[in-house]
Design a protein. Structure first.
Length: 313
């Protein structure tokens, strides 16, 4: 991996030289634009509208468009001289509990690496402090021509710090117009059935997820090249309008259980094992308790024997 940013994490008087690496990458399908008649590649060229000629990339710089439509040219030197502390400093402005932020605010993720041996000690110190407190560091950082809020958290599985850039609050659109307008009542039986469906479907297994769109495109390309024939689309059940919600939920639960081969959901299976362990010791009573029961049985027999002569008299 190639480092995309070098700087330092600063909190209080502590400075940790670090490097950032992109933590994710997408494997989508990439298409090229071609001329429909002959398949020729469509290419874009950069033309200056004033000189009406093609210009090289080295001749291009940036400009900021004002509200009046005027363009203010900004050179790389202008942008480099911006009085912005977050250009090279990840400034810690506070700490919050894990789960405080809604995932809708997250933008991109970067692995944080200690830049050298001298940064290892403060790096581990921050990592362990975040882990012990179960909190994340709230920071500001400038990446890719944009300053943004971000958080630094511990990737527990790898013992690595991860930086998540976030959107500004005014960049998250309101969801008020999306929620249902009408008042809807939900019965408890329906909620119980949805719980059963969630249990039947089980948890998330990444090995069971595949990019079917990408596989279908690759199969289509292979068939066009004459390598393999295009597989026929599997016939699925026709899905009409749902009239009875409970019937649909019951059918969904049955289908999910059949798909899993009748196996118990992981949560319930684990709960049964735990319950079985708890019940196991109850089969054998302690020695003192057993002896006490035998003594009580003898006393009871003695009482009964004492009553019998009285009845005979």
């Amino acid at each position: 991996m190639k480092s995309i940013w070098k700087g330092a994490i600063s909190f209080g008087l502590v400075s940790i030289p670090v490097q950032l690496y992109s933590a994710t990458e997408e494997h989508g399908v990439s298409f090229r634009q071609v001329h429909a008649e002959d398949g020729g590649r469509i290419r874009y060229r950069r033309f200056c509208e004033l000189e009406d000629r093609e210009v090289q990339y080295a001749e291009i710089t940036r400009a900021y468009e004002t509200e009046d439509g005027d363009l203010v040219v900004l050179t790389p030197d202008d942008l480099a001289q911006l009085p912005l502390p977050s250009k090279k400093i990840i400034d810690v402005v506070g700490f919050e509990e894990v789960g405080y932020f809604d995932p809708i605010q997250f933008s991109r993720a970067y692995y944080v690496k200690a830049a050298d041996a001298s940064a290892a000690k403060p790096y581990v110190l921050l990592r362990e402090a975040l882990k012990r407190s179960d909190r994340v560091a709230v920071v500001k950082v400038a990446l890719r021509n944009r300053e943004a809020p971000a958080l630094v958290r511990v990737l527990a599985e790898e013992d690595v710090l991860v930086l998540h850039t976030m959107l500004w609050p005014d960049e998250v659109r309101s969801a008020q117009a999306v929620a249902p307008d009408e008042k809807v009542t939900v019965r408890r039986q329906e909620l119980d059935m949805v719980d059963s469906l969630m249990d039947a479907l089980g948890g998330y297994d990444p090995d069971e997820f595949t990019d079917e769109y990408r596989e279908a495109v690759e199969a289509l390309v292979a068939s066009k090249e004459g390598v393999t024939p295009l597989p026929k689309e599997a016939e699925g059940e026709e899905k009409g309008q749902v009239i009875d919600l409970m019937s649909a939920l019951e059918a969904s639960v049955k289908a999910a259980k059949d798909k899993r081969g009748g196996t118990q959901p992981r949560k319930k299976a684990a709960a049964k094992k735990t319950a079985a362990k708890k019940k196991a010791p109850a089969k054998k009573a302690p020695a003192k308790e057993t002896a006490g029961k035998k003594t009580a049985a003898k006393k009871s027999t003695g009482k009964k024997a004492a009553k019998k002569p009285g009845k005979a008299a």
